[in-house]
Design a protein around this ligand. Structure first.
Ligand code: 4UV
Length: 550
């Protein structure tokens, strides 16, 4: 059975992302509309500023480095209001943006730079050392490390993006005519259903489509003008721009809709409360741990948050209990969405009006999307309401494939053109989708991906470990999963708490903080494997779940 989106289809122009945002025939706001405001400095980009700054940056990199169509630029930076104009300038010049978590260690960043073939890196001063070492490892010259943000390099060694802007250069050469169905806008990294992180190719058409699909739902409720100060609805920018959630839903959607984003460099609960009170913020796109903080922490009581009308939660499951706790405390609606890097990212969304009626659901398919629910064992469609199946998706926002990995791409696509998400869903009679389990191996810590295969690979490099298996464990207190390792030690090596802590600390020194083994290290005499030697993570996961139930 094929599920069709119940929302009115959107018309998607064959336009590249820059032209889609900045050369629209008519838009419901003026060029002087504020779009991005920095929470700490108050610095702002209006729509007109974004257009001119991005254009000048795009011209600048063409003039300076002869930037070519398809050339990748990495963005290794926490949220900054300079990311949007730099990213869009890059796109204007035919380039591709590849965002990376600024807490990545040198090997993690090096992997992404090498795999993506990045030709330059955008970063900020506090992250320069790692950026510099990783750039060196892959042969990116130091003069291609570009700083954004308010801090300039006092030694003048690294250029600031403002000095690259070139207003006079003639313009986009015709050779740069972007093929919107083939040329990439973003190259984001995800482990997909299995293995190590892979480059998820997202075309201009994918991203333009998702901006239109997603905003067609929420722009029913939020507007560029009106409200308490006439300046329209303001969103709180918490979600990282280096994840596809922030990149599409906080950068691109805000430029398209004319909403203003008050952008925080990092999440801090008290600062978030102050900003909501100060700017009379009305909504925010967040992962579930932010909902947890607002629903439980005493500091929230010190602030007037009555302007807030909605949190949209995505990237990890949100329990009905948590949504209810927030509503009971603050009377803020908490609706949910679901998406993946491979869907650019939003695939389903609840209507703000319906969140309380279908709690726990991630809503209905976005416009222009169809889906199937497929029994993973039989490969046939699930036909009964309430029966679980793997969600398969089709629509203009579905990625064309993983970079240079045709076999992985083929494994995630069905012969009839559906993308297999690796997530298990049920659907109700109103076509609300609810995520009930994950078929794939991915672990999510507070919405951030932790690929088990990556941690296992690192653990196998430990001098005392002969085998390893990593799974996700539920941490109800923190409303997240946490990674736990099961390891087999060489004969004669102690298997006590001190050794377990040593391994946790050792791994933490090699990875970004979200990959820390917060679920601990457990010792086994062997890890479960199939006859062909494939790790059976699911067996361990089921054992843990059984033990929890007992
Ligand atoms: O590839 P990724 O890291 O991508 C995301 C994107 C999530 C978004 C983005 C915009 C939204 O508006 C929105 O609502 C959600 O996380 O990880 C994809 C995997 O994350 C899990 C699921 O296992 C995906 O395959 N996931 C994402 N959203 C949910 C979720 C959810 N609401 N409930 C349960 N799991």
């Amino acid at each position: 059975m094929v599920f069709e989106s119940p929302y009115t289809p959107v018309s998607i122009p064959e336009t590249d992302l820059w032209s889609f945002l900045f050369e629209r025939k008519s838009k419901p706001f003026t060029d002087s509309k504020e779009i991005f405001t920095d929470s700490e400095t108050g610095r702002t980009y209006t729509f007109g500023d974004l257009r001119s700054t991005s254009l000048e940056f795009g011209k600048g990199i063409q003039k300076l480095w002869n930037w070519k169509r398809g050339d990748v630029m990495a963005f290794y930076t926490p949220n900054s209001i300079d990311t949007p104009p730099a990213m869009l300038g890059l796109l204007w010049a035919g380039g591709v943006g590849s965002p990376a978590n600024p807490l990545y260690t040198e090997p993690e960043l090096t992997f992404q730079l090498r795999d993506s073939g990045a030709k330059a890196i955008v970063t900020q001063l506090p992250f320069i050392d790692t950026a510099r070492r990783a750039a060196k490892a892959v042969g990116i010259p130091e003069d291609r490390i570009i700083l954004i943000g308010d801090a300039h390099d006092p030694s003048g060694h690294f250029r600031h993006f403002s000095t690259i802007r070139n207003p006079s250069f003639s313009g986009r050469p015709t050779a740069l005519k972007i093929d919107v169905r083939k040329d990439l806008a973003f190259l984001v990294y995800s482990s997909g259903t299995t293995g190590l992180p892979k480059g998820v190719c997202l075309t201009h058409h994918n991203v333009v489509s998702n901006v239109l699909q997603m905003s067609s739902v929420d722009s029913m409720y939020f507007h560029p003008y009106g409200g308490v100060d006439g300046k329209g609805d303001k969103g709180l920018g918490i979600t990282p721009f280096f994840h596809i959630y922030g990149l599409t839903c906080c950068i691109m959607v805000f430029i398209y809709t004319g909403w203003e984003l008050i952008s925080m460099p990092r999440f801090d609960l008290e600062r978030a409360c102050q900003l909501i009170e100060q700017y009379k913020i009305s909504f925010s796109y967040v992962p579930p741990p932010v909902i947890l903080a607002f629903s439980k922490h005493p500091i929230v009581d010190k602030y007037d948050l009555t302007s807030m009308r909605m949190f949209h939660s995505g990237a990890a499951p949100l329990t009905p209990e948590l949504a209810t706790a927030l509503w009971d405390r603050l009377k803020i609606s908490v609706k949910q969405g679901y998406g993946l890097s491979e869907t650019a990212p939003v695939a389903t969304m609840q209507l703000l009006d319906e969140w309380g009626k279908f709690m726990g659901s991630v809503g209905k398919l976005l416009p222009n999307m169809t889906a199937r629910l497929v029994d993973p064992d039989k490969g046939t469609d699930v036909t009964e309401v309430g029966k679980p199946g793997e969600l398969w998706l089709k629509g203009p926002n579905i990625f064309p494939g993983y970079l240079n990995l045709p076999e992985n791409t083929a494994a995630t696509m069905s012969p009839d053109g559906y993308f297999k998400t690796g997530d298990i869903f049920v659907v109700d009679k109103y076509e609300n989708f609810t995520c009930v389990d994950r078929l794939k191996e991915l672990i999510k810590y507070k919405g951030f991906q932790v690929p088990p295969a990556e941690l296992e690979g690192i653990l196998l490099g430990h001098k005392d470990i002969t085998d390893a298996c990593v799974i996700g464990i539920e941490d109800k207190e923190q409303a997240t999963e946490v990674p736990r390792a099961y390891v087999v030690m060489k004969p004669g090596i102690p298997t006590d708490a001190a050794k377990a802590k040593e391994i946790v600390d050792w791994l933490a020194s090699l990875t970004a903080p979200h990959k820390k083994l917060r679920g601990g290290v457990h010792f086994l005499s062997e890890v479960p494997k199939s006859a062909s030697g494939k790790l059976l993570r699911r067996v361990l996961r089921d054992q843990v779940r059984q033990a929890e139930k007992a």
